[in-house]
Write a protein that binds this ligand. Sequence first.
Ligand code: ST9
Ligand code: ZN
Ligand code: ZN
Length: 326
Amino acid sequence: MEKNLLNHEDSAGDRGVVDDLFDETYREKEGPKPPLRYVWRNIILMSLLHLGAVFGLMLIPSAKIQTLAWAVLCFLLSALGITAGSHRLWSHRSYKATLPLRIFLTIANSMAFQNDIYEWVRDHRVHHKFSETDADPHNATRGFFFSHIGWLLVRKHPDVIEKGQKLDLSDIKADKVVMFQRRYYKPSVVLLCFTLPTVVPWYFWDESIIISFFIPAILRYAVALNAAWLVNSAAHMFGNRPYDQHINPRENPLVSLGALGEGFHNYHHTFPYDYSTSEFGWRFNLTTAFIDLMCFLGLASDRKKVSKEVILARKMRTGDGSHKSG
Ligand code: ST9
Ligand code: ZN
Ligand code: ZN
């Protein structure tokens, strides 16, 4: 059953231990900002990945239809490993998952190659707690490029590390599946993000090895990364703010479409514990449909949901009024 516990806004107790609510006491340090320190290895690898993705795009007309369907399947699986896995389950604990589902989501997560779950959760909780400040790994006030990809190409601001070290990650450290993934992360990525997507079309329907590598592995990986990064860049800049006009994150349906429901970002930063990251159920939100299916199958439970009354009260109190027109 869905848990409709959250009938009042001050419900930290109901939410359990997750360290993901905005910390208003933090102040950025005064004085000049530390200089940018480029990480050339990442700059080169990300450039090569995107060149490879363009090559993959050019190969699409020569690919077999099964290969394209497989690439879409790999995209959906890896995306769910992020959205239903490292985001809604592990970062925000917005529902509970049984061991088989956690194993499945961990496999899907390695296929997505967006850092291991432990690191992803640490960066994401610090992002929520210190949004748009020096302690936010992808601080959107530093511009579209920085919050999209630039933050992965330079050393982190010292405040990210300082504040991140103070987070409570005991729930993550206690999850044996997550810690197993962290231990074997590199081989799991080689196998699941690059080898498996390549071998399947080549082995099962005689696709050329070049197409098998550049479409389901490289192009699919680059598209999924950009879809996730758009949540940090576009959904922190473009869109309405019906729930809280005082924060940067926005409602961006286009981003939701590409990121399986993760573009309702004004809602999400206002109510980070809601398993659906939106008040609109399955609309543009394949991840919510997936979690609901898992609950139906008995593999997940305890979905946390904010009540309609609390949402409306919050809209009236801090929203930008845009909900009335939509
Ligand atoms: C990728 C991630 O793409 C994408 C995340 C997207 C997030 C989206 C969120 C939006 C909401 C959800 C939407 C999902 C939508 C999905 C849709 C899918 C279709 N706290 O990191 P290092 C410490 S990854 C505490 O090297 P540098 C710690 O001691 C892409 N401590 O820092 C650490 O050691 P360890 C593939 C922290 O040197 C040590 O510092 N991956 C924290 O500044 C060193 O850490 C890559 O490209 C913290 N937060 O380097 C790799 N952080 O870890 C990219 C660090 O051992 N990363 N510490 O404990 C790197 O190469 C480096 O991190 C760096 C910074 C160069 C960026
Ligand atoms: Zn955000
Ligand atoms: Zn979040």
